[in-house]
Design a protein around this ligand. Sequence first.
Ligand code: NAI
Length: 408
Amino acid sequence: MSVSLAKDKIKVLLLEGIHKTAVEAFEAAGYRNVDRRSGTVDARELLDLVHDVHFLGIRSRTQLTADVFAAAERLVGVGAFCIGTNQIDLAAAAAHGVAVFNAPFSNTRSVAELVLAEAILLLRGVPEKNAKAHRGEWAKSVGTSREIRGKTLGIVGYGNIGKQLSVLAEGLGMRVLFHDTADVLPLGNAQPVLHLDELLTKSDVVSLHVPDTPQTHGLFAAPQISLMKEDAVLINASRGSVVDLEALAAALDGGMLAGAAVDVYPTEPKSNDEPFASPLQGVDRALLTPHIGGSTIEAQQNIGAEVAGKLIRYSDNGSTMTAVNVPEVALPPHPGAHRILHLHRNVPGVMAAVNRVFSDLGVNVEAQFLQTRGELGYVVTDVGRGSSAEALAALQSVHGTIRTRVLY
Ligand code: NAI
């Protein structure tokens, strides 16, 4: 059980050099106790550090195990200031009533810009000319160099990144086709294509923006490559499992494509100290980048502000929108009322018991919001001032209660 703390008592710990936009957001919202550290901490130090922390921010290197959540008695929310949340035991977080937020879309623009730049470089044959220049060869010729203006871009996976790319590419005069398994609204003049094969035969640039699912695993192999135009180029900045790189290397060696740009690999080094190996190494027409599609200063700034904003909303207002492990509830402001947050196991009878507490205590319910997600339920009840303390204490004994909190 926890009651609204004065904001200077709420302790925020940000690890791994999270961008200072996060600190600025907390400070602008009135939080004064924000500790931002540049590096990671080892597992033992983390257990010591988290015991009195209310909000914890990490990036991808800090592992939040069940032990961490057990030690972090006051922890209310975790911000993953990155895209993935694999480093966090989400079930353990939920079991301790800790909401986890991340920033899945903050680097969308960065990826789209890189892809567009690569499309330009590939159609001009720059990767090959660059490789030759480094070897002392002079490859000045028009050859097959083309502008991207007027060319057809085929986007596979028309989600956040695919759509952003679509808009930018049209701005440069490209014609955009896209293929998506979901029914998605085309932006601008982009044209949906029902079958992937049709997109492949018509596109000068094919760019992949699908998620990593069993269906997209190996989606792009020799049969798909063989359908592409001989002078087309392929770009993969989605996930490493989507393209068969042996098949791509063989196609490039055999003169089947004009070039390829690859940012993601089936196995990637875990740190910059580990070696990197790929069948595309030594293939001049392959432009290789080390999974940096979303890695820009702007993306880091956006991530800092976005995730801090989500934690602040959860702290101030109880809203869990876009949380990755607890039910998502969007909440209006609660002027003049006390707001009781109740996170519980999603088992029969909890709501009846919660509302019995209010009626037994004669508490007038002004508004109530409920959402469930898998094994969890989250009910938020706005009650008149002065009646929340007793109710909060009584809610503790409701069967299935995981955590309660009141906001004044
Ligand atoms: P998103 O979820 O917004 O969009 C993915 C789209 O692909 C959805 O519209 C979905 O319906 C569609 N899709 C799923 N399966 C498909 C299939 N078999 N064929 C065609 N379409 C299919 O994802 P978002 O944010 O656009 O990201 C796309 C990819 O980019 C993800 O794999 C993500 O991990 C990756 N990514 C890579 C980065 C990098 O640094 N290179 C940075 C950020 C994201």
